[in-house]
Design a protein around this ligand. Sequence first.
Ligand SMILES: [Zn+2]
Length: 164
Amino acid sequence: MAGAVPTVGSGGRVPGPPEPPYDRPPFLLDFFPLEDAGQTRLAKFFDELRLGRLTTTRCPRDATMAWPPRVVCPTCHGEEMEWIELPKRGTVYAFSAVLAGAPLGMESDVPFVVGLVDLEGVALRLFGRIVGRPWDGCEIGMSVSVEPFDVPDGRVFYRFRAQP
Ligand SMILES: [Zn+2]
């Protein structure tokens, strides 16, 4: 049997694992989380985001508000978290421009900006992409708003848009 090559169908291809779905990066390189209820207990966050609302969880026992949302309170370990809507305005605390070495799937986005945003009126600092202004026009303290966007494979995520 040495040298025998198994073939299948008329194309003569060797049977193997299914082709990877190239519309989505490999799991460990995927920057966007799995979102549906079969994959995460935080699916409500993405459902609300799809409706234009930014939400997180708060513990009804001690009022601990967490970001990102949690299924367990980081203070008392309670599991009865409640969902609250967050403000969609904020100011840039810090930012960085990605000018080279972009992650897989983001090469064509270069240059782009990522940063930390303090939401208005709550003690939460969120990380995310900042769009709507060239990287060399961004400033610490500039106003941004939260903007949900569709990931091409059907998921949803948020980013920040610089205010004019
Ligand atoms: Zn708690």
